[in-house]
Each structure stands twice: as C-alpha cells, then as structure tokens.
Design a protein around this ligand. Structure first.
Ligand code: NAD
Ligand code: UDX
Length: 480
C-alpha cells in the first residue's frame, strides 16, 4: 500500500488529502499538523473549515484510509510521498518584508523530513512557493539526508475556496513539475498514478520544476488582474453612466476573453492573490526586471484603490461623516460559501469606517465574533503568522458589535454595506429593513447583488459598484 503524508492540515491540505483518500481507497493518507486544536477539529464533527461537500468526503474515509494526527514525525517517516502544504505568508520583517514569501514554515518542515526519514521519499511542494524554491529544498534535504534519496516535485494547488471539493473532483488541470532525469521522471510518474485514479490523463500536465512553480504564481496573477481590470472599469462606469455589469457581459462575450472572473467588486481578498502577486513582484525585482515588477504591482494598487474608493463613497454620501452613525456590515468572509477572512476586503472597509468613527454592526453567517475582532486589530500581513497575533485594542471593541442576524444588524442603522455575496443577502425583506432604519437609509452594495430599482422604490439611496449613480450620490463630493 502506498502511504501518503501531508504536512499542513489547512484549507489546502485537508480537502486535497480527503479527496485523494476518497478516490484512492488503496492509498493510506495521513494529514499532520503542529496545531493540536486543528487536528482535534478534523477528528471531530465540527471540521476546522467550512467548505461545501467536505463533511461528506471526510466522514466517508476518516478512520479507514484517512487519518488526522499531530504525530508529524511518525507519519512522515512511514510515508512514500510527503506533501508539504504549510503556510507561505508574506514576510513581515527583514529582507523583502511586505513582498517576499516567508519560507520559515517550509524550511522547518523540510529539515524535519530530512531528520526523521529512514527511507527514500518523494517530497511534493503543494504550498505556493517562489520559483526556484525546489532547488533550496533539495539542498536542505540532500545536505541532511544521511544517504537517503529525495525527489522533489512541484504540484501546485488550483482549488478555490467555497468550491474546493468540486474543483478537486473535476480539476481543469493537475500540474506536476519534476527534475528531467530518470529518477525525476519516475517520481513524476508515481504522482501521476495517484491522480490518474480520477483525473483524465490529458488533464495531468507535466513540466520542469520551475515552470510548475511559476505557473501557479502566474495563474493567480492573471486571475487577479482580470478583477482589477473590471474594477478599474467600474470607476469609469460610475463617472460616465455606463453600467459595469453590461460592460463586462459585452466584453466577456468575446470568446478570446470569456465571461468568468469579470464581476466588479469591492476588491478581491483571500489568502492567495495579494500574497502571490507581491511574491511575483519581489522575484521580478530580484531578477533585475523592475518594469515587469511595476506592471504586476498595479494589480494590487487598483485593488487597494477600489477598497478605499468604497469607503470614501460611503462617507461622502452620508454628508461627509459617519461619526457615531451605526453602519451595518453584511458579510465579512472574503467570498461566499467560506468562513475564511484572510485578506478579506471587509477588513479594510471596516477599518476605514472605524477611522471615521462609525459604529459597526457586523453579521456574517460563517464568521465568528472572535475572528472578526482579531482581524480588525491585526497588523497587515500578520494573519498568516500565528505567532504575531496581537490582542484586540479596547477602543475598537467599543465601536464594533457582531450579531447573528441581518435584521438585528440593520436595526436603527444609517447605512448598510454588503461586503460578501452570500445568497441569503439577495432575498432579504428590504421593506422591513428600511422601516427599521434611520432616514435617509443607504445601501452600499460592494458585490452587485441587490435589485437597485426595487430598493430605490422602497426609498433607499443605493450605491452599487460600477452602476449608474443615484441622483443623491451625484450631488455629493467627487470620490477619488
Ligand atoms: P493554512 O494556514 O490553512 O494551513 C497551513 C497549515 O500548516 C496550518 O494548519 C499550520 O499549522 C500548518 N503548519 C505550518 N508549519 C508546519 C510544520 N512545520 N509542521 C506541521 N504543520 C505545519 O494554509 P492553506 O490555505 O492551506 O495554504 C497552504 C499553502 O497552499 C499556501 O502556500 C497557500 O498559498 C497555498 N494555496 C492555498 C489555497 C487556498 O485557497 N487557501 C489555494 C492554493 C494554494
Ligand atoms: C484563488 C484562485 O481562484 C485559486 O485558483 C487559487 O488556488 C487560490 O486563489 P480563492 O482565493 O479561494 O482562489 O477564491 P477566488 O474565487 O479566486 O476569489 C478571490 C477573490 O476575488 C474573492 O474575494 C472574490 O470575491 C473576488 N472575485 C472573484 C471578484 O471580486 N470578482 C470575480 O469576478 C471573481
């Protein structure tokens, strides 16, 4: 029986390994982590992450050929293939701070693998890493190997949260990069054999190591670039009376462009896009390519601009001050169908409104109060460095309440900001909400999910990203 061990039981390691266990009953899969609460949660009825379809997969295989454990060394020692799916956050200090990937977690995993191994192994980069990381990992492993042979493969993950199980069941492609040597080819084939249990062969791509590593950064940069492009257009739409949903529909009808990933929004979030583009920018700079670095930096700049623009629109619409006004925040997760808040645009919007002294009442169906409070007090980039977490400052606590119901969040509020596109926000009783709000009552839709005409009929003043402006908003000071 082939044994697989995955180091890192997070959003990628957990679902990916659960699906491998489901599709390959002849393979024993152990997912290990240094975090005891995380592993306990994987072994309980309340999994540590919310992901549609995940529960069913885990329940089918857990205790059969899928195991979650904190005994990292034992499972690594016994494995034939070791996936490494640990955090690769943005560095917060030292050389490359604010851009470069922090490989501390990866390096310590690699040193541990070298330390405990007693048999040859295939080590698979599942984490997103800077191009050429495999070379560094190879050095760490071979210099500490005591004669054991390691083959390094790059097998980046392309799943998106909220659709992870669907994406893993039916991936557009699986990418495997390896050394172009007989041993490297053998290792690539071994990993191909795992995926071939359910992925059609023509969707399993093999490349050299560096192409695989770079393709992951490139794919995320291209996806984020589409969002920044449509968000840049949304600003121009508001200035000209065009409607961004009509523009993106018309643009996306061109088969060379395609319709996906063209939804204007308050900005993209999530643990990957910003981190991976910053990493790409840093790699370009280190390789003497400042123009290329500058090009990709713009994707992040537009995303920051979009979040700021949203905050400025809220404040300027409400007579240029939100001081002491109650604002309801509907949705805090970075997208629907996940409880993940990493780099969610809601953090920047809430911080912006708190900076103008608003009182916030926040509701998200999947995010806990503790998580929201932590996010609003954490320093930039600290979210993926568990050791840097800061305690909540008492001033922010006073201005923020978290509730478990939309109607409670919006009661007596002056304005509503929709920051996550949860389906339940599409069919709210907006008449009831309007009746219980201060007047004039505002809705700022950062996800373009409400029916603007219907809400205006009820009496709301409505702002929806990239849509023709309400007469009220046109009269307010210009938003930069
Ligand atoms: P995560 O924070 O959810 O999980 C990482 C886990 O690794 C944590 O539970 C942490 O405790 C554990 N860990 C860290 N160091 C360890 C060590 N030395 N030994 C054992 N466990 C250790 O992160 P994630 O979202 O799963 O992302 C993991 C990697 O995958 C990142 O490189 C990310 O960029 C990449 N990725 C993420 C996504 C996504 O949607 N989240 C998609 C594709 C790729
Ligand atoms: C992304 C990539 O899609 C995935 O392939 C990679 O493996 C990890 O990073 P994820 O961050 O989970 O996945 O979600 P994604 O669906 O890409 O959304 C990212 C952000 O972009 C979200 O905040 C989402 O709301 C936003 N978005 C997405 C838009 O604003 N408009 C769109 O049209 C699409």
């Amino acid at each position: 029986m082939v044994k697989i061990c995955c180091i890192g039981a997070g959003y990628v390691g957990g679902p990916t390994m659960a699906v491998i266990a489901l599709k390959c009953p002849s393979i024993e899969v152990a997912v290990v982590d240094i975090s005891v609460p995380r592993i306990n949660a994987w072994n309980s009825d309340q999994l540590p992450i919310y992901e549609p379809g995940l529960d069913a997969v885990v329940k089918q295989r857990r205790g059969k050929n899928l195991f979650f454990s904190t005994d990292v060394e034992k499972h690594v020692r016994e494995a034939d293939i070791v996936f490494v799916s640990v955090n690769t956050p943005t560095k917060t200090r030292g050389l490359g701070a604010g851009k470069a990937a922090d490989l501390t977690y990866w390096e310590s995993a690699a040193r541990m693998i070298a330390d405990v191994s007693k048999s040859d192994k295939i080590v698979v980069e599942k984490s997103t890493v800077p191009v050429k990381t495999a070379e560094a990992i190879e050095k760490i492993l071979t210099h500490n190997s005591k004669g054991i042979k390691f083959q390094i493969l790059s097998n980046p993950e392309f799943l998106a949260e909220g659709t992870a199980i669907q994406d893993l069941f039916n991936p557009d492609r699986v990418l495997i990069g390896g050394r172009e040597t007989p041993e490297g080819n053998k290792a690539v084939q071994a990993l191909k054999d795992v995926y071939a249990h359910w992925v059609p062969e023509d969707r399993i791509l093999t490349t050299n190591l560096w192409s695989a590593e770079l393709s992951k950064l490139a794919a995320n940069a291209f996806l984020a670039q589409r969002i920044s492009s449509v968000n840049a257009m949304s600003a121009l739409c508001e200035a000209t009376g065009a409607d961004v949903t009509q523009v993106s529909y018309a643009v996306g009808k061109d088969t060379r462009i395609g319709p996906k990933f063209l939804n204007a929004s308050v900005g993209f979030g999530g643990s990957c896009f910003q981190k991976d583009i910053l990493n790409l920018v840093y790699i370009c700079e280190c390789n003497g390519l400042p123009e290329v670095a500058e090009y990709w930096k713009q994707v992040i700049k537009i995303n920051d601009y979009q979040k700021n623009r949203f905050v400025n629109r809220v404040v300027s619409s409400m007579f240029n001050t939100v001081s002491n006004k109650k604002i309801a925040i509907l949705g805090f997760a970075f997208k629907k169908d996940t409880g993940d808040t990493r780099e969610t645009p809601a953090i920047d919007v809430c911080k912006g409104l708190l900076g103008d002294k608003a009182r916030l009442s926040i509701f998200d169906p999947q995010v806990t109060v503790d998580q929201i409070q932590r996010d609003l007090t954490m320093k930039k980039f600290d979210w993926d460095h568990p050791l840097h977490l800061q305690p909540m400052s008492p001033t922010t606590v006073k201005q923020v309440t978290c509730v478990w119901d939309t109607y409670e969040a919006t009661k007596d509020a002056h304005g509503i900001c929709i920051l996550t596109e949860w389906d339940e926000f599409k069919n709210l009783d907006f008449k009831r909400i309007y009746d219980n709000m201060q007047k004039p009552a505002f809705v700022f839709d950062g996800r373009n999910i409400v029916n603007v005409d219907q809400l205006r009929e009820i009496g709301f003043i409505v702002y929806s990203i990239g849509k023709p402006l309400d007469a009220w908003l046109k009269d307010m000071p210009a938003v930069a």
